[in-house]
Design a protein around this ligand. Structure first.
Ligand code: FE
Ligand code: ZN
Ligand code: FE
Length: 186
């Protein structure tokens, strides 16, 4: 059967977001656990709480629509989550790993911001004002989460870079010591 209505598209997009959010409820604790920076870990824990609320906001919308949230797989989020778990398996040092996790997490936030922006526009055109308010709330949280990650990245990226510089310096010191002792022996 051909789906011709905007309403049907709206419901499909909401289902996609619902599946995206439920994947994040599972992924965010792993990202928190893999983070060394305490503030970053807290940011993920806080966003996990928000994500659970976002899931229930979507459930409220489905109830108002008399639809069920099931039946659609968000392959986009599945891919982003997979990339994130690949990243977490790399052998990066702590600060570099934190920078890498932020990179993965910001892709997720941007993907969600795009999805919620779309359903907000659909809800507006369909005259679903109550939905618009719920979607706005979530959209604001996603944007704030993204901004918080940008803030944390500023500190973490420079720590990661400084850490690498320290490693390089201690490596070259080691080399100098070996050379020096070599000379002494000769
Ligand atoms: Fe979300
Ligand atoms: Zn999707
Ligand atoms: Fe989010």
């Amino acid at each position: 059967m051909r789906k011709s209505s905007m309403r049907q598209l709206y419901v499909d997009e909401l289902k996609d977001l619902y599946h995206a959010e439920t994947q994040l409820v599972k992924a965010l604790p792993k990202m928190a656990k893999a983070s060394s920076n305490a503030e970053l870990r807290q940011a993920f824990e806080e966003h996990l709480r928000q994500t659970s609320e976002q899931v229930s906001r979507l459930e409220q919308i489905f109830e108002m629509l008399e639809e069920t949230p099931t039946g659609k797989k968000c392959l986009g989020m599945e891919g982003l989550v997979k990339e994130g778990s690949e990243t977490m398996q790399e052998k990066y040092s702590d600060a570099v790993m934190d920078a890498a996790i932020i990179a993965a997490a910001q892709r997720v936030e941007h993907y969600e911001i795009a999805g919620y922006g779309t359903v907000r526009a659909f809800a507006e055109i369909l005259g679903e004002d109550e939905h618009v308010a719920l979607i706005e709330h979530t959209l604001t949280e996603e944007k704030q989460a993204d901004e918080r990650l940008t803030e944390l990245a500023q500190e973490i990226n420079s720590q990661a870079e400084a850490g690498e510089r320290d490693d390089a310096e201690s490596e070259s010191k080691k080399t100098t010591t070996i050379k020096a002792s070599g000379r002494r022996a000769a």
